[in-house]
Design a protein around this ligand. Structure first.
Ligand code: DQA
Length: 148
């Protein structure tokens, strides 16, 4: 079965507690359950992970490349400044794998520092602003691309 790593960056382990007016009341465990369900409906094997650590996230991206896994990535704040994560993420698409950048909120409708994504230019595409549905849409895009 096609494997997809759903990787979440810093502070996303705090979903449900953190700024619920922006990110909603549901938790990372809720997201993991939903993503796993969407994945099985789409014939994708999903693994959801979260880290606050840049080095760990980069290691997971390397793992995705080495295991030929597609990636749904919410880089969280790393989005806006981590050239190290961008350089790792670039290896996903150059390996012929799909990388979908996702955001719960719509960063370009928020503070100016969120308007730049250093990851977006190396992604296959980006889905932002739809809450948990950003992840569902990303998984649907991956599944649709695979059957084309
Ligand atoms: C986020 C948006 C980022 O700007 C922010 O730093 C996050 C979450 C989102 O999912 O909306 O932590 O990636």
């Amino acid at each position: 079965m096609t494997r997809v790593l759903v990787l979440n960056g810093p502070n996303l382990g705090r979903l449900g507690v953190r700024e619920p007016e922006v990110y909603g009341a549901a938790t990372l465990a809720d997201l993991a359950g939903a993503a796993t369900g969407w994945g099985s409906d789409l014939g994708l094997e999903i693994e959801v992970r979260q880290t606050d650590d840049e080095a760990e996230m980069i290691g997971w991206v390397h793992e995705a490349v080495d295991t030929a896994s597609h990636v749904v990535l919410n880089p969280a704040a790393f989005t806006h400044y981590s050239y190290a994560l961008r350089d790792a993420a670039a290896q996903i698409t150059t390996a012929g794998l799909l990388l979908v950048e996702v955001h719960l909120s719509n960063p370009v409708a928020r503070e100016e520092f969120r308007h730049v994504s250093v990851v977006g230019p190396v992604a296959t595409g980006t889905v932002a602003g739809f809450g948990f549905d950003s992840y569902r849409l990303a998984l649907e895009a991956i599944a649709a691309r695979l059957v084309r």
